[in-house]
Design a protein around this ligand. Structure first.
Ligand SMILES: Nc1nc2c(ncn2[C@@H]2O[C@H](COP(=O)(O)OP(=O)(O)O)[C@@H](O)[C@H]2O)c(=O)[nH]1
Ligand SMILES: [Mg+2]
Length: 399
């Protein structure tokens, strides 16, 4: 189990800064391409209002944290080598990039929304590059790479499927096993691409690319961080592209988040990344005062937050539809066997049944599963019952 979020984008768009802001890490960032060769990793947090407040109990978090009634649930984040056009053919750090992201459940595409870098990540006149191009090209690169994996044995495989009455779905599923793309994703992608599964031998290269574009959208969705929103040329680009993409693009300023965190660490301000709440405290230099004023009027007033945590929350809860579930052993006290109250929260796929959840916690619980109990109302839950966002449940198993 465990969710993995991949941060992708062209060189110098701010991927590593984004990771550092999300995870409180200090991986190297710079203004020249390919600073990141090995993937940087960290642990970020998605947040939900903790059930402790609603239930009026004091919780004892174990696998997560609770700060001011906000439960912070860890998710793994990786930042991979910058992606340049032609990566699927091995250009730049292409192959490295693509194989690093195979295990990701969702991708955050960090885009330089100010349009100040060309497609290779080199500095150009501010506003002269259209960030929409980056968005299209990243989708294309990933799909083209996936197509490359499929077409290796395509001819032989499809002929064999035809003579032996095999199934194209099984072939594609097997090819994509390492990519965390499942059979049901592929089934859906074939349908969306309007391809006839009974004559895969006749599919053109374009058909296969179309299948891959859909498989990526379903199996490895992308959410866009419109980064460097603090720069003068960003706002117009953001508004134009948002009209086209709607809620899947979020304005962010990773650098602003880092600047604020540094001031927090020096004890000069109080600031919560998740809510964007900022108060000055003490010993602020005139220069810092000026920066803070600018951050308030240009970022926090129009956009509320620096967008970093919004992007992660949205990715995990709205795009891949995970839901947080609290397992407990004692439904009266909402505690585990050691008396710890609401110790753990698990992120599971929407649609997970109580019995499947038992298996996620422990194989023995699944083997000996009898039923579940909803701790909020003490009612029995039958095995096929699907869990809801924020459920607190006990698994009853034979001992
Ligand atoms: N103005 C501005 N600069 C940023 C922002 N995020 C990152 N940068 C700068 O962009 C440059 C490249 O950042 P880096 O994180 O190394 O990019 P990467 O190559 O995508 O990992 C650095 O100089 C960062 O300070 C942002 O939100 N606003
Ligand atoms: Mg980097």
């Amino acid at each position: 189990m465990g969710v993995l979020v991949g941060i992708v984008g062209k060189p110098s768009s701010g991927k590593t800064t984004f990771l550092n802001a999300l995870c409180g890490t200090s991986a190297k960032t710079a203004d020249y391409p390919f600073t990141t060769i090995q993937p940087n990793q960290g642990v970020g947090f998605v947040t939900i209002p903790c059930a402790c407040q609603e239930l009026n109990v004091t919780c004892n978090p174990n696998n997560s944290e609770c700060i001011d009634n906000v439960r912070k649930i860890p998710v793994k984040v990786i930042d991979v080598a910058g992606l340049v056009p032609g990566a699927y053919e091995g250009k730049g750090m292409g192959n490295q990039f693509l194989s690093d992201l195979t295990q990701a459940d969702i991708l955050i595409h960090v885009v330089d929304i100010s349009g100040s870098l060309n497609e290779e990540g080199e500095t150009v006149d501010p506003g002269s590059h259209d960030p929409m191009k980056d968005i299209h090209f990243l989708e294309y690169e990933i799909a083209a790479w996936m197509r490359g994996i499929l077409i290796k044995d395509w001819g032989r495989a499809t002929r064999k499927i035809k003579t032996e009455k095999g199934n194209i779905l099984d072939f594609v599923t097997e090819k994509f096993t390492g990519l965390k793309i499942t059979k049901s994703h592929i089934y859906e992608a074939i349908k969306k691409a309007e391809l006839d599964p009974s004559n895969a031998a006749e599919w053109t290269e374009e058909d296969i690319l179309n299948l891959c574009i859909n498989a990526q959208k379903i199996g490895k969705p992308i959410i866009i961080a419109a980064n460097k929103i603090d720069r003068p040329t960003s706002k117009d680009n953001f508004e134009r592209i948002k009209k086209e993409l709607g809620d899947t693009i979020i304005p962010t300023s990773a650098l602003t988040d880092i600047v604020l965190s540094n001031l927090v660490n020096q004890g000069k301000i109080n600031y919560t990344s998740e809510s964007g709440k900022l108060d000055s405290k003490s010993d602020i230099l005139p220069k810092e005062e000026e920066i803070l004023k600018k951050i308030k009027t240009e970022i926090l007033e129009p956009y509320k937050t620096t967008g970093i945590f919004d992007t992660l929350n949205k990715a995990v809860f709205d795009v891949i539809h995970l839901i947080p579930i609290y397992p407990v052993a004692d439904v009266t006290h909402f505690s585990d066997n050691d008396g710890k109250v609401l110790p753990d929260v698990f992120l599971v796929k929407e649609g997970t049944t109580i019995k499947e959840f038992a298996g996620i916690i422990h194989q023995d619980l699944l083997k000996n599963f009898i039923h579940g109990i909803d701790a909020r109302n003490n009612r029995k839950i039958a095995d096929k019952h699907e869990l809801k966002f924020g459920d607190i449940v006990r698994i009853v198993a034979a001992v």
